[in-house]
Write a protein that binds this ligand. Structure first.
Ligand code: XBP
Ligand code: MG
Length: 247
């Protein structure tokens, strides 16, 4: 029986990466006097690593190895990321990053149907509020009973930890929940936690491997409420691993 929906944020609720996070990283680098510029192509590669601080560290390792030798390297990464979060929040709070089609309707219908809602994301918690409130209104955060975000678990996606953290706080087994993801890393995390998962690929993740997803859709616009229980039942019939794609 379906009891809760657990949503990823970046790429799933909103296409945040190219015109949100990427722009904010570049603004932080510029502000710090660094000549680092993450264009769209480079950013596509850097997205292999989830988490902003982890992504900066990954970039330095590949493209600015001398920067990693500084004695204050870790502090500099934290500082750069703090500035990036400030820029991202300002951008998101201005309403410049819309939700993906069907998201607001699905959240409304799920609430009306008495389903519990939660978030499992790699991004910084403050970013979630900044992104959702302009589109969904000032009370939107209270719709989500559990918000698992950022550094609450040390191992970020594709590790399943953030989903396990959310499930524990919901007090529900994975079999009573559906996860919503947009990326291969996110899908690995949700499947690793035993969750049936609906994938709506975004611009950067289209073409990735979504093997094991219960459904792969262009957007949540196509989802009707009865589909959700039906998908959970199909996944349950097939066991916790190796979900077939029904669409
Ligand atoms: C999202 C991310 C995030 C953002 C940056 O992954 O990878 O790292 O790009 O957020 P997912 P922060 O959608 O799989 O959760 O800079 O706040 O870490
Ligand atoms: Mg995502």
């Amino acid at each position: 029986m379906l009891r809760a929906l657990i949503f990823d944020v970046d790429g799933t609720l909103s296409d945040t990466e190219r015109d949100g996070h990427r722009v904010a990283f570049n603004a932080a680098f510029d502000e710090a006097g660094l000549d680092w510029e993450w264009d769209e192509e480079l950013y596509a590669e850097l997205l292999d690593v989830t988490g902003g601080k982890e992504r900066i560290t990954h970039f330095v390792g590949l493209h600015r190895p001398e920067f990693a030798l500084r004695p204050d390297f870790h502090e500099r990464v934290v500082e750069l990321h703090r500035a990036k979060t400030r820029h991202y929040m300002a951008l998101a709070a201005s309403g410049a990053i819309p939700l993906r089609p069907g998201v607001a309707r699905l959240l409304d219908e799920a609430r009306a149907a008495g389903l519990r809602l939660a978030i499992a994301t790699t991004t910084t918690p403050e970013n979630v509020a900044a992104l959702l409130l302009p589109s969904l209104g000032p009370n939107a955060l209270s719709w989500f009973e559990v918000v698992g975000a950022g550094d609450v678990v040390p191992a970020k996606k594709p590790a399943p930890d953030i989903y396990l953290w959310v499930l524990e706080r919901l007090g529900l087994p994975a079999g009573a929940c559906l996860a919503f993801e947009d990326s291969e890393n996110g899908l690995k995390a949700s499947l690793g936690a035993g969750l049936a998962t609906v994938v709506t690929p975004c611009d950067y993740t289209r073409g990735q491997d979504f093997n094991g997803a219960t459904a792969v859709l262009d957007s949540l616009e196509e989802v009707a409420m009865p589909d959700l229980q039906a998908w959970l039942s199909v996944a349950a019939a097939n066991g916790p691993q190796g979900f077939p794609s029904v669409i």
